[in-house]
Write a protein that binds this ligand. Structure first.
Ligand SMILES: Cc1ncc(COP(=O)(O)O)c(C=O)c1O
Length: 366
C-alpha cells in the first residue's frame, strides 16, 4: 500500500455543511434558506453577471496569468502599487501560497482559536507546526500572541474581524502589536469581512504595510463575501513587493480563471450593489440584536455579515431542529463551543423566517 506524507495523518478533512439542494430534496420542499456560509444574500452584481455572459465566447483562451486588469483596478482603488498585489483562487489559495513560500520543517504558524478553520488545515499540509492560543473575550488576544512567539515562530495569522465571533481588534491594538513584531516574522491579517465594518470602526490593515516598511505584513481580502462571487473563487493579497514576488514563484501560472477575473473586475464597479448589501447587513444586524436582547440571548456585536449567538441549548440539537424547519445555520461545535451557533445575514425576509422559527424552537427546547 502506498503511504501518504506523514503530516497528512494530522489533518481532519474539512466538511462543508449541508447544501440547500440536499436539504430541499430531503425535506421535499423548495423554500429552504441557507444562512450558514456568510454569502451575499442578493447573489452577485448584475454588472458581474453581464460581464460573465459577454465573456463566454472567450473561454477557450487561457486566462491572463498576471491578472493585469484586475490588479490595475485594485491598485487604483486601494492606492497601492501594482506589484504589491497578488490574486488567488480564493484567499484560501493565497494562504496556501504563503505557507508554501515560507514554511519549512519545524517552522511554526501561530494563531488564535477559534478562528477560520482553513488556517489549521493548510498549515497541517506543510512540514511545519500550527500553534493556537485561545481568544480572549471572544477576540484575538494580541498580547498573548506576542508572548507566545518563540525561535520557531515564522508566521502569525490574525483574522480581523474574526470568523466565527465577528469581533475585531482596533487600529491602536494592531499598531502596538505590529510595532513589537520581530522583522523575521510574517503577519497575515485576513480581512475577508473588511467591507462590512461599521463606518466608525474600520480597521484597514493596508496602512500598516506603509507604516512599517521593515516588517512583513500581508493583508488578505476576498470577492466571496460582499461581492457575491464565492463560486468563482477570487481573493487577493496585498504586501510589499518582495513578498508578493515570492508568492508568484510558487503559484500555478493560471491560478485564477478568466471568468473569475472578468467578474471580479466588473463587480468592483458596482457601487450600488455594494451599498445595497452593506445597508441590508446593517439593518438585519439591528433586527437580530433587538431580538436577542428581547429574549435575553447572549450574542456578540458583529463587524461582519454573520452573528455569533449562544442560546445555552445543545447547539447540534438546535442546528438539527432548525434544519428540519428548512433553515440552515452553523453549529459551532467544531469550533469548540457546546451551545453557540452562527447565523449569516440574509435578506430581511430570510431573517424574519429565521427568527420566526428560532422563537418557536427556543421556547420549545429551553
Ligand atoms: C476569515 C475568512 N478568510 C478566508 C475565507 C475564504 O475566502 P475565499 O472564498 O476567498 O477563499 C473565509 C470564508 O469563509 C473566511 O471566513
Amino acid at each position: 500500500m502506498i503511504k501518504p506524507n506523514p503530516q497528512l495523518n494530522r489533518i481532519i478533512e474539512y466538511k462543508p455543511g449541508k447544501s440547500l439542494e440536499e436539504l430541499q430534496r430531503e425535506l421535499g420542499i423548495s423554500n429552504a434558506i441557507k444562512l450558514a456560509s456568510n454569502e451575499n444574500p442578493f447573489g452577485a452584481s448584475t454588472k458581474a453577471i453581464e460581464a460573465i455572459k459577454n465573456f463566454l465566447n472567450k473561454i477557450h483562451i487561457y486566462p491572463d496569468s498576471h491578472c493585469v486588469n484586475l490588479r490595475e483596478k485594485l491598485s487604483k482603488k486601494l492606492n497601492v502599487n501594482f506589484e504589491e498585489i497578488i490574486i488567488g483562487n480564493g484567499s484560501d489559495e493565497i494562504i496556501e501560497l504563503i505557507f508554501k513560500a515560507y514554511i519549512g520543517k519545524h517552522d511554526e504558524i501561530l494563531s488564535c482559536f477559534p478562528t477560520f478553520a482553513y488556517y489549521k488545515i493548510a498549515a497541517q499540509q506543510t512540514f511545519g507546526e500550527y500553534k493556537e492560543i485561545p481568544l480572549k473575550n471572544y477576540t484575538f488576544d494580541l498580547k498573548n500572541l506576542l508572548e507566545s512567539i518563540n525561535k520557531k515562530t515564522k508566521i502569525i495569522i490574525i483574522c480581523n474581524p474574526n470568523n466565527p465571533t465577528g469581533t475585531y481588534v482596533s487600529n491602536e491594538e494592531l499598531y502596538k502589536f505590529l510595532d513589537k513584531i520581530p522583522e523575521h516574522i510574517l503577519v497575515i491579517i485576513d480581512e475577508a469581512y473588511f467591507e462590512f465594518f461599521d463606518k466608525d470602526k474600520v480597521v484597514n490593515g493596508i496602512k500598516f504595510i506603509k507604516k512599517f516598511p521593515n516588517k512583513n505584513i500581508i493583508i488578505l481580502r476576498t470577492f466571496s463575501k460582499i461581492y457575491g462571487l464565492a463560486a468563482l473563487r477570487v481573493g487577493y493579497g496585498i504586501s510589499k513587493k518582495e513578498i508578493i514576488s515570492n508568492l508568484n514563484k510558487v503559484r500555478q501560472p493560471f491560478n485564477v480563471n478568466g471568468v473569475a477575473q472578468i467578474a471580479a473586475f466588473s463587480a468592483l464597479d458596482d457601487e450600488d450593489f455594494l451599498l445595497k448589501t452593506y445597508n441590508n447587513n446593517l439593518k438585519c444586524k439591528k433586527i437580530l440584536y433587538e431580538f436577542f436582547q428581547k429574549h435575553q440571548i447572549f450574542y456578540l456585536p458583529s463587524q461582519t455579515n454573520f452573528i455569533f449567538f449562544d442560546p445555552k441549548i445543545d447547539n447540534e440539537k438546535f442546528f438539527n431542529e432548525m434544519l428540519k424547519r428548512g433553515v440552515i445555520i452553523r453549529s459551532l461545535r467544531s469550533f469548540g463551543y457546546q451551545t453557540a451557533l452562527r447565523v449569516s445575514i440574509g435578506t430581511e425576509k430570510e431573517i424574519s423566517i429565521f427568527l420566526e422559527n428560532f422563537e418557536k424552537l427556543y421556547y420549545y427546547l429551553k
